[in-house]
Design a protein around this ligand. Structure first.
Ligand SMILES: *[C@@H]1O[C@H](CO)[C@@H](O)[C@H](O)[C@H]1NC(C)=O
Length: 345
């Protein structure tokens, strides 16, 4: 075979890679600020990040409403599956159904499994994220026809990521749920909501689903600040216990819902390792965040007028006192793609 035709085959195969590899048609996201790409910009809440220095390392230095200096894990995951490098927010009028056909985000910073959690800062509750998904589904059917739309929705990867706020914004700071539930029972309550949510999206067509576990939430800089600089072991313990419950739920639902492929993506250990030894992952520190003093600032307190913000976010595991930097997000996404999500590749 002539050299140039070999070269052509090579190029051809290279061009084909996205097509061949894209066994996932789209990435559809539900959850909290770990995965919100900007929905909170379009609702009346104080929990927002559509101003500098948020997004200063994003394409064009734009603050998109992502709670980071750049991209979030779902953006990296979408890209790793040969799809778009960013997942657009459903409420953002700059995007339309054409954009959402290959990825859409319904997540809202500050939300959780529990309705009472989203009430704290008036953000989008999980049931409302589901309502938006149903609206999206019918818009997609109108745009592509029922058959094509359903094919996309069946082959899409659904990512669910929340739970931290249920504990840190609600259970441990407000009197209601902690009066009503022991930590164990509250975990059961949340896992029950996760169970009905996954069952509902399954009946609406979801088959490839990743449920995300909790991070070592006792080590978020804000929590450390409240605890003399050290991680709150009790919160980390609850996160690990809750992740065990989610793992059991994943096993049960894989048995119950025929044809579903549900996985648990557990960020706990990889993030814990980074926090314990940031230097070996190329960071300087995990104890404080880049934005402001790094001890308590997030949302409006993390703003352009804060003189203490670091110059190189890549040296920090956390961007603000509650949310990771883009570099950490990239490591977490890469870990998920190589482990739990590998079955979808
Ligand atoms: C949350 O609120 C919605 C809307 O009011 C309701 O349908 C749903 O049952 C509630 N979920 C729980 C677990 O209470």
């Amino acid at each position: 075979m002539a050299l140039h035709s070999i070269a052509l085959i090579f190029i051809f195969q290279f061009l084909q890679i996205p097509g061949i590899d894209a066994k996932v048609s789209s990435v559809i996201v539900f959850g909290d600020p770990t995965v919100d790409s900007g929905n909170n910009n379009f609702i009346p809440t104080v929990l927002r990040s559509d101003f500098r220095p948020y997004g200063r390392d994003f394409d064009g230095g734009r603050s998109t409403g992502r709670f980071s200096n750049g991209r979030i894990p779902t953006d990296f995951i979408s890209e790793a599956f040969g799809l778009k490098p960013t997942v657009p927010a459903y409420l953002d009028p700059a995007f339309g159904i054409k954009d959402f056909a290959s990825g859409v985000c319904f997540a809202s910073a500050g939300t959780g499994y529990d309705n009472a959690t989203s009430g704290v800062l008036s953000v989008i509750p999980l049931w409302k994220e589901l309502e938006y998904y149903k609206e999206y589904k019918s818009r997609l059917e109108g745009y592509l026809g029922k058959t094509k739309a359903n094919k996309i929705l069946t082959e899409a990867l659904y990512i669910i990521s929340m739970g931290t706020n249920d504990f840190l914004e609600n259970y441990y700071v407000l009197p209601y749920r902690s009066f009503e539930f022991s930590p164990k029972d509250y975990q059961k309550f949340l896992a029950g909501i996760a169970r009905s949510f996954i069952t509902e999206i399954y009946h609406l067509g979801a088959r490839k689903v990743s449920l995300t576990g909790l991070p070592p939430m006792g080590c978020l800089p804000l929590e450390r600040t409240l605890h003399g600089g050290i991680c709150i072991a009790r919160y980390n313990y609850v996160a690990k216990e809750f992740n065990k419950k989610l793992k059991a739920l994943v096993e049960t639902l894989n048995d119950e819902l025929s044809g579903i492929r549900l996985v648990l993506s557990n960020p706990y250990h990889v993030l814990y390792n980074i926090i314990q030894d940031p230097q070996s992952f190329g960071f300087e520190t995990a104890a404080t965040a880049c934005c402001g003093t790094g001890r308590f600032e997030m949302s409006y307190l993390c703003n352009e007028h804060n003189p203490f913000t670091c110059t190189d976010a890549n040296q920090y595991v956390f961007w603000d006192s509650f949310h990771p930097t883009e570099k950490t997000n990239c490591i977490l996404a890469d870990h998920a793609v190589r482990t739990s999500l590998a079955v979808f590749k």
